[in-house]
Write a protein that binds this ligand. Structure first.
Ligand SMILES: [Zn+2]
Length: 168
């Protein structure tokens, strides 16, 4: 347990020093170089995608992006707050790996918009405080007694605009 705490401290120190070394460390992060290329392509090809990306750069939020082959049937993407620490909110975003070209970017933009909504709120620090904010800016789409999910019109608008901007 003590070892884990020490490792975490080292990890956090490294994060801080890399932030100090660069004015603008990326808020949107991925380990996957293909996904990094996808994100850069989205920024180049869609004004709206780039706008969401740039907005995140000014917010205290770090977004980890990956694709998932095993999302529940019918789900194209999802995001969740992982933790809040050191003034930053850490968000995990995933989308279905099987999604094709522009749909993939549109869904990713949708989820990045949700990360932006988390970043724009100063009161979100955990799932309960996030639920309060999303009750306000959005609406609940799922509540099975265990999991709840929210949607916002802004994210749907971003998804539609990115789809339009990418064309066929
Ligand atoms: Zn959504």
């Amino acid at each position: 347990m003590l070892k884990f705490a020490a490792s975490f401290l080292i990890f956090f120190t490294l994060t801080s020093s890399s932030a100090a070394a660069s004015d603008d460390p990326p808020r949107v992060r991925t380990f996957d170089k293909n996904l990094r290329a996808l994100i850069e392509g989205g920024r180049a090809r869609s004004h709206t995608f780039n706008e969401v990306y740039e907005a995140l750069q000014n917010q205290p939020v770090i977004v980890f992006v990956e694709c998932n082959w095993f999302l529940p049937v019918g789900l194209s993407g999802r995001g969740r707050l992982v933790t809040a620490s050191g003034g930053y909110r850490y968000v995990h975003v995933e989308f279905a790996c099987a999604l094709a070209g522009r749909t993939r970017l549109a869904i990713l933009a949708h989820e990045l918009q949700h990360a932006r909504e988390i970043g724009e709120s100063t009161t979100i620090s955990d799932n309960d405080s996030m639920a309060v904010v999303f009750e306000d800016i959005g609406f609940q789409t799922q509540w099975d007694g265990l999991h709840r999910a929210y949607e916002t019109q802004a994210a749907r608008d971003v998804q539609r605009r990115v789809t339009d901007e990418l064309g066929e």
